[in-house]
Design a protein. Sequence first.
Length: 371
Amino acid sequence: MNMKKTVTIAGLAILWIGAAHVTAGQDVPALKDVFKADFLIGGALNRNLVTGRDPNAAAIAEKHFSTITAENDLKWQRVHPQPDQYNWEPADSYVAFGERNKMFIVGHCLVWHAQTPRWVFQDDAGNPPTRDALLASMKDHIMTVVGRYQGRIKGWDVVNEALADNGTMRDTQWLRIIGEGSPDKKYDHIENAFRWAHEADPNAELYYNDFGLETSKAKCDAAVALVKDLRSKGLRIDGVGIQLHGGLMHPSVEGLEYAITSLAATGVKVMVTELDIRTQSRGYRGADIGQVSRASTNDPTAAAAETQKKLADRYAEIFSVLLKHKKDITRVTFWGVYDRTSWIGGSPLLFDRDYRPKEAFFAVVKTAQQQ
Ligand code: XIL
């Protein structure tokens, strides 16, 4: 081998090692080790990551996460787009990724008003299905999807976002058609979903998941009432997911503690299921996907040192609350892996657009080490 070639190969090797070093952050501690004694830590994974098209993001997940959630590929629209058509490939890749890395695999989500295909709520003539027909679709969907991953997906978000911010039931097609406008039937769609999920995989943990439980006491109280209802009927519910799509000014520490303690008091596990922090402080604070987009949460100052400092302080504050209540919290999952592929704009996660750990990452690690 001539000298020039040797030098080039050596140079490439250094570059390669350097790149891997930066992207996987080999020199920083792994979050799953940092929080090992406290709770599982993870992130929502998208299709590019689990199918190998974003290897740098995969490296972050492999290094740092002990649990994962599918960002979209197990939602009804993706996995069951037509009555007789299931699309398993992406979800299979997701589950395989989790198994390869020995992660606690979460399924998200079975019954939700959003990202559900139109055919579920409308027949060919455009009419709504009967209560029995909608229950039959729901049962078929849950039995098929949960059944396929029985024993492999360890926990399911069975029902997502069934409550409104003021603590009443969210007005969805599930509620309208199955609940038939009757107060006695207001939980019917939820109870049936939990019943069938348990039937499909008796060993899977089952969760109720929602946003705003940490900002609206009325909504949190309504989630508590829902858990009590399910338990009073002998149905299995293992946990409640506080999504925690937060901002620099919300939730308050008090609101977050209220949610953790009142949910835990019912006996369920509490988990933070979709953590991110938007740095843009104006506008809508909720996480309704009809009202949130990258554009609506964009922040022109996202990269500024001042913003990154605020974000780091905010993450430190939130993790100090989570660590204070670690006996009640089993899992903390970020909604994404790095800023570029987050569903919201600005700078919401711990890794920047180029996969590098941010000041917020180090603030979170420091918070854990100081406890
Ligand atoms: C979001 C995904 O991140 C986006 O990619 C998708 O376009 C819309 O849904 N609450 C939830 C998640 O429970 O499923 C949502 O995920 C974010 C809000």
